[in-house]
Design a protein around this ligand. Sequence first.
Ligand code: SF4
Length: 351
Amino acid sequence: MPRTNPAPRALQTRLLDWFDRHKRDLPWRRHAARNDPYRIWLVEIMLQQTRVPVAIPYYERFLRAFPTVGKLARAPVEQVLRLWAGLGYYQRARHLHQAAWKIVREHRGRFPRALDEALALPGVGPYTARAVLSIAYRKPAAVVDGNVARVLARVFRLEAADVTTRGRFQELADRLVSPKRPGDFNQALMELGSTLCLPRIPRCGACPLEGLCEARRAGLERTIPRRQRARPRPRLTLSVLALRQDGRLLLVREPGLFSGLWHFPYAPGTTPRRLARSYGAAGVSHIGTLRHQTTMRDLVLRVYAAKARSSAAPMRGKDSRSKKRWVHPEQIQQMAVGASTRRIAALVERV
Ligand code: SF4
């Protein structure tokens, strides 16, 4: 079937007019924040795995604590992780902190303007680099994320394409991006994908591209792009130890699954009794099982309570990065801990 591709100018005009009238009022789009590469970078990292309403309070808290790249670079990583706690995918926070250091050391505290330099920063991939460069510096760098790929697949009726063939979409987006307003063009396309051109039921009646959209014209807007079957995620079962001593609980920080965060002692592939013994405790009782998702896997956390013989419970292993702390349960919420540790602490308090 012949296909009439919409001309870039027509698409740009409709999209940017719509964006000017309907863009959401978000903290990072206001005044000084609008062209500040640090803030744009920060929010792009936050939004990688987090929805906008969830990210807003984190963004505001983070900026109050670290108003500049320099302040972020000089902060202890534990403070960064504490402010990130609850957002998940903690590698993002660690990378942000490392990248801030690199920006201070190698780029005089300013997010680099060149794509290759931006891509050399920890945690900055093509999408983030292009978003910052286009929005903060008006570089004509198109971004492609899942939302953009879906809109393009529909507008250009790319039936055979699936949203993982990013190279093809990147080429297309590069041809379409507005040279005068690349940042707004990118944001408009992403916003259209997240507010109107929704995965299952697109709201075509309100869409500025309806008259240009090939999928809509052919009545295929709900079937393009082809859906991917979700791959099953690996599952890991862990024994987790809630070790008590005088009303306090033992948290540890050690390399591994929760690297950089405080967490309850755990061990894959060992019995709870052996785990308790390795921390100088005898006798364990199962108090509950939690299911938890991390970036890479589904966790099944079998939680055991035990009483420590003394607060001098030893650390397992000899890794010098390992640390331990006895804390009162209410302190846990103020520490750099992940959501699973908070949930375990709540479970321990209930029993
Ligand atoms: S007309 Fe419908 S399918 Fe086409 S881009 Fe707009 S919302 Fe998406």
